[in-house]
Design a protein around this ligand. Sequence first.
Ligand code: AP5
Length: 219
Amino acid sequence: MSMDLILMGLPGAGKGTQAQKIVEEFPIPHISTGDIFRDAMKNETKMGLEAKKYIDKGDLVPDSVTNGIVRDRLAQDDVAKGYMLDGFPRTIDQAQALDTFGAELDRAVDAVINIHVEPAVLIERLSGRYICQNCGATYHKIYNPTKVPGTCDVCGGHDFFQREDDKPETVKNRLEVNVKMNTPLVDFYQQKGVLHTVDGDRDIDAVYKDIQAILTTLA
Ligand code: AP5
């Protein structure tokens, strides 16, 4: 049985944080369109340079670019038993494209986990986020610090960075753009009967417990 999942939520809702926990227990590939874009930007590929124009402003990368990336990724062998999309789809066009890719592969989304957090909470979350340079593990200076100050819990690395698009001026636009797109997507998956909304404004482990309960019924 496959486990085809989508993790949805506004910027800073905790998608990446929960994805880290999910893959420890449910070993399916974690596919983050944000991570794919950041890798491409770092390597200065043609796609990365194109995506950067939008990401630096907090806008969405056009569907024509994003859909092709996900389609190629879902054609790889490692998704045979399932996948977890993080940050895709974000528009109805992307959701419809995902349905089309699924139909070609004779599979459909099993569950959409919508991590709900009010936008007011998210500005502080994003401004306090820091990320391990070596393994990408995500922390927060107040809510989720490393156990040993300055040392990554996951890989023991000592170098951390803040994301360029976590600057206050970019965060404001990111939130506005994503709030606008979120409601139609929630309705889209509600109508399909696969939507599970969890309250993301709680302790990280409490949020995970709810997600774990949903995923256990699918596994
Ligand atoms: P992407 O990388 O997907 O960013 P995002 O959606 O803005 O989400 P984030 O990664 O910022 O937040 P998160 O929900 O993963 O939160 P996290 O777990 O880190 O996309 C970046 C950009 O790429 C987009 O703006 C867009 O331009 C482009 N893009 C990507 N996908 C696209 C698509 N499909 N279409 C078009 N463009 C696309 O947590 C945040 C912080 O809060 C951390 O510090 C964490 O430690 C802390 N935290 C987490 N959970 C809790 C909790 N329960 N309590 C307290 N603190 C918590």
